[in-house]
Design a protein around this ligand. Structure first.
Ligand code: LHQ
Length: 260
């Protein structure tokens, strides 16, 4: 059984983490396949949005702990795995010039939670939850967790989530501003598909530029951000979709964006 399922339909590349018996925990093979799927999303101009979700009752339980050998006495170096798999994955999700919708269908724990948070629009099933499981096993939140959490929910809540490793319900995650929206379990995938299809029919180039602007904001002064907006708007204004958007507005019709 493939650990990652990939399906392309009407501009949306749906990527499903598929190790349900392990709550879709990551092993190196799954990382490789996910990397290839995201490369496909980046390379193929027909793909204009990505939908990431999980098979079965979980979204992703982070690193597969069953595959970790902790029996020896030599120090264990986790930086290799972080450097070769998790960090490139988070960087890729953030830099992908297409919107990434994440449908958190069940529990998201450890790196699984933070990979969800690295996506652009995070939706969750009402029964789902987010667990910063790291401290429970003596680790530091990784996959961007220490960067995303304080920015999304503030330092007090970030510290509580990281230190206590308690499950945050999907409803609280929405209330805290950690994610975009919660749906009843049966509605999650249809709603996520609808949203991804909407984004796939949007001004893809403009989306790529706005992603870049928002993601850069955390490290920029207002001065620098204003300059960045000016430069990115130059590129957005030169797109075919901008012409189409304004023409459609004037002609009182719906725009037909080509993503160029
Ligand atoms: C699992 C896992 C799992 C294997 C559930 N592995 N089997 C980066 C770089 C290098 C190294 C280290 O880490 C990292 C980043 C990380 O992600 S560290 C954090 C790793 N993840 C965790 O610590 C989470 C561990 N899992 C849990 O705490 C719970 O399973 C959660 C809260 C996710 C779900 O709890 P339940 O709903 O009660 O399910 P369960 O615990 O019964 O799990 C169901 C099955 O899935 C079970 O297998 P079994 O054969 O007994 O049915 C678990 O063993 C398996 N599973 N997580 N990470």
């Amino acid at each position: 059984m493939a650990s990652i399922l990939v399906a392309q339909d009407a501009g949306v590349l749906t990527i499903t983490l598929n190790r349900p018996e392990k709550l879709n925990a990551f092993n190196p093979e799954m990382h490789e396949r996910l990397r290839a799927a995201l490369q496909q999303a980046d390379d193929d101009p027909a793909v204009r949005a990505v939908l990431l979700t999980g098979a079965g009752r979980g979204f992703c339980a982070g690193q597969d702990l069953a595959e970790r050998d902790v029996s020896g006495s030599a120090p264990i170096d986790l930086s290799v795995s972080i450097g070769s798999h998790y960090n490139p994955l988070v960087r890729r999700l953030r830099a992908l010039p297409k919107p990434v919708v994440c449908a958190v269908n069940g529990v998201a724990a450890g790196a699984g939670a933070n990979i969800a948070l690295a996506c652009d629009l995070v939706l969750a099933a009402r029964s789902a939850g987010f667990v910063q499981a790291f401290a429970r096993i003596g680790l530091v939140p990784d996959s961007g967790g220490t960067w995303f959490l304080p920015r999304k929910v503030g330092m007090a809540r970030a510290m509580g989530l990281a230190l206590l490793g308690e499950k945050l319900s999907a409803e609280d995650a929405e209330r805290w501003g950690l994610i975009w929206k919660v749906f009843d379990d049966k509605d999650l995938l249809p709603e996520a598909k609808k949203l991804a299809a909407q984004l796939a029919a949007g001004p893809t180039k403009g989306y790529a530029l706005l992603k870049k602007a928002l993601n850069a904001s955390a490290g920029n002064s207002l001065e620098a951000q204003l300059d960045l907006e000016r430069d990115l708007q130059r590129d957005a204004g030169a797109s075919e979709d901008y012409r189409e958007g304004v023409s459609a507005f004037k002609e009182k019709r719906k725009p037909t964006f080509k993503g160029k």
